[in-house]
Design a protein around this ligand. Structure first.
Ligand code: GLA
Length: 697
């Protein structure tokens, strides 16, 4: 869209300059002086709030013109501004100038509307052709607006960036008040969208012959209902059989579902078989009946990154149906997890969320959008999938719905009776139990968010309590701790019966967020093992947006890197997108069985960065069969070309066969220590290889 410019001063300038033309005698002297004056007097102003802001990228909401993000007047430290625009960290707006602008100025700061909320810090940065022209430094809520004025002489591309203040990006409502560009004449400055580059699909189509994918090991407790759908690709109809299944389990030949119960602990080795008109596929499957579950990282979908507070039972059912229809179920995708907002809300005006949170006996009651939770879990199970739910140990979830505080036993019982298989338990208001008490009920704080704690005993308390109650239930419920890595949760999560735990703050839909989270994973890596997984948060692939749906802002290369790293990390893989809007590229990312096999490997090792070459970080993950998966990850802004000569550092030796996992093909061999490995890695991209030892002749 063309900038709507203020025309009148330019018109005057035009007349003024042209009237001078006939005065040839003094032209050289007088015109020079007058032109300079005219430029100063009639300089053109383009307000950023007049431009098309829909190209802006930000982690929350959409950029707003002349209003705060929540629709109020732009206000910084009590001062209101008529003009400007509001964005949110991580924020980015780019404007093409082609060297025609003179200067940019603004007054920046955090909007007062986030008072009382956690976070509210930001850094404002101005980039000219990629160079940092100005930075506000760290700004906090309540800081007076900072004025900036930068010269844009010769600058072709202006970028207005907002970084989070280092705490996380929550409530970083960032205002560029009075933001404007000055130039010498009317120029059609335009914003533009980031060019993500072509979406190229690497995953080859699955063959028509049967292939059994997914985990090769499965944990269950004695007496718990068993459900495992054999994930198999290939032409349908397909007939499933198994040998060596222990007593108590049976396999449905049509659906490939193994159900039943095991009475006694033990390890059972079965051979699964899938047959169709094209051939047969077989796989050894180890069933470990004991006290540990989630022996490979959980794989599934969660409602938060796409629907946030707009989730409903219908949407969840449709996500489950799509998991089957798209064939994702044939690659091992299993859980359908409802996040926040299935409960009643504390103070929403939305009638579908309001109502009594609990009955007289204290039983939790779902909101109107959900109604019958057992029916929902049954529906999901009938599709061969498993169901997950969300709560908080505090009185309120992070979204302000009813949490489990004081009702932990009843809630664990309800989840089991309804038939849920997974619980994400989110700290949220628990930290507020000792702060922000309400005047009317001192036990129940009115806020959804509380502080964290560095006291390990306090951090463990609510998780141990719910962990015990879950364990007492007659079904296996994967227990996912969500407290953002507080008190090194990875070191004690197992001791409170946790199966996975978030290691970091919430992921947002940006490269900055994803890469920052990825780079923070090494600290917890050694704690990962079968039944215990570090969780860097849900995937930001496909159409996401936390209630404001839009395609992921990651470039295709960034998406390959994201998914590959989560596999190398042995992370829970939870799709965060609107399943009904899955495109071929995203499906390609989610259905590469050789890449998924890295994640589901039974050894349960988590890759760490073992080497760094410039901006390339080398992550390696040991696999059960002795081979090693290696991700050469380029975190830098430029493509990397290198001859990698450090394979010995990854514990590799001798002659190795090299397999390109995304393309699913062998690409050659290498002799460690004798020849370097030539690599070309796209910017923000990955080369994901598996090295397999070759027999010595
Ligand atoms: C927290 C969690 C998110 C999500 C929301 C729900 O922010 O970290 O993953 O569950 O709460 O309110």
């Amino acid at each position: 869209m063309m900038a709507s410019l203020d025309r009148s001063p330019n018109h005057l300038k035009y007349v003024f300059v042209n009237v001078m033309k006939p005065l040839r005698l003094f032209r050289s002297v007088i015109c020079a002086c007058l032109l300079t004056a005219a430029n100063g007097l009639f300089a053109d102003t383009v307000w950023i709030d007049q431009l098309n802001l829909s190209t802006a990228i930000q982690d929350y909401g959409t950029a707003t013109s002349k209003k705060s993000l929540d629709g109020h007047s732009l206000t910084i430290a009590g001062k209101t501004f008529e003009r400007g625009f509001a964005t949110h960290a991580e924020g980015w707006l780019a404007i093409r100038l082609d060297g025609k602008a003179k200067s940019f100025s603004a007054q920046v700061g955090v909007d007062d509307e986030v008072k009382g909320k956690p976070g509210g810090t930001a850094e404002f940065v101005i980039l000219g052709d990629g160079d940092r022209l100005w930075s506000s430094g760290l700004m906090r809520l309540g800081d007076a607006a900072k004025a900036c004025q930068v010269s844009l002489a010769g600058v072709k591309l202006l970028e207005l960036v907002v970084n989070d203040g280092g705490d996380n990006h929550y409530y970083d409502h960032a205002n560029w008040a009075e933001a404007k560009i000055e130039s010498d004449g009317p120029h059609p400055f335009q914003t533009f969208a980031r060019n993500k580059g072509p979406a190229y699909i690497l995953t080859p189509p699955a063959p028509a012959t049967p292939r059994i994918n997914g985990a090769s090991v499965f944990g269950v407790r004695p007496g718990s209902p068993f459900l495992f759908t054999v994930p198999a690709t290939g032409k349908r109809p397909m007939k499933f059989t198994a040998t060596g299944l222990p007593k108590g389990l049976e396999l449905d030949a049509q659906t490939g579902r193994i159900t039943g119960r095991l009475a006694t602990a033990g390890t059972y080795i079965a051979t699964l078989r899938a047959e169709n008109s094209e051939g047969v596929g077989e796989k050894e499957f180890r069933i470990v009946c004991g006290d540990r579950i989630a022996l490979t990282p959980p794989m599934g979908w969660n409602s938060w990154n796409c629907f946030a507070g707009e989730v409903s039972a219908d949407r969840v059912k449709r996500a489950a149906e799509t998991m089957v229809k798209t064939g994702l179920i044939n690659h091992g995708w299993t859980y359908i997890n409802v996040d926040d907002f299935w409960q009643h809300h504390r103070d929403s005006n939305d009638p579908t969320l309001t109502g009594k949170a609990r009955d007289e006996k204290g039983n939790i009651m779902p909101n109107q959008r959900f109604g019958d939770m057992k029916a929902l879990a049954d529906y999901i199970h009938e599709l061969g999938l498993k169901a997950g739910l969300y709560s908080s140990p505090g009185p309120w979830t992070c979204g302000g719905c009813a949490g489990s505080y004081g009702h932990e036993r009843l809630d664990a019982q309800a989840y089991a009776e309804w038939g849920f298989d997974y619980l994400k338990y989110d700290w949220c208001s628990y930290g507020a139990l000792t702060e922000g008490m309400s005047a009317t009920d001192p036990k129940v704080p009115t806020v959804s968010w509380g502080r964290g704690t560095s006291d390990v005993a306090i951090a463990q308390l609510p998780y141990r309590l719910m962990g015990e109650f879950l364990r007492q239930q007659p079904r296996d419920i994967v227990y996912s701790l969500c407290q953002y890595g507080m008190s090194n949760v990875w070191a004690w999560g197992d001791s409170v019966n946790g199966n996975c735990w978030r290691t970091t703050n919430d992921i947002a839909g940006s490269w900055k967020s994803m890469s920052t989270i990825a780079l923070a994973q090494d600290q917890a890596a050694t704690w990962a093992k079968p039944g215990n997984w570090n969780d860097p948060d849900m995937l930001i692939l496909g159409v996401i947006g936390w209630g404001n749906p839009q395609p992921t802002r990651l470039t295709p290369d960034e998406q390959y890197l994201h998914f590959s790293l989560w596999c190398l990390f042995s992370a829970p893989l939870l799709i965060g997108c609107d399943m009904e809007k899955l495109d071929d590229f995203t499906l390609g990312l989610l259905t590469n069985d050789e890449v998924i096999a890295i994640n589901q490997d039974a050894l349960g090792h988590q890759a760490k960065c073992e080497d760094t070459v410039g901006e390339v970080r080398v992550y390696s993950k040991k696999l059960e069969d002795g081979s090693v998966a290696v991700g050469f990850c380029n975190f830098g802004p430029k493509p990397a070309k290198l001859d990698y000569a450090n394979l010995a550092r990854l514990g590799l030796k001798g002659s190795l066969r090299i397999r390109d996992l995304w393309r699913q093909r062998d690409i050659g061999t290498v002799k460690v220590g004798q020849e370097p490995l030539p690599l070309e890695i796209p910017s923000h991209g990955i080369v994901l290889l598996k090295f397999v030892q070759m027999a010595t002749p």
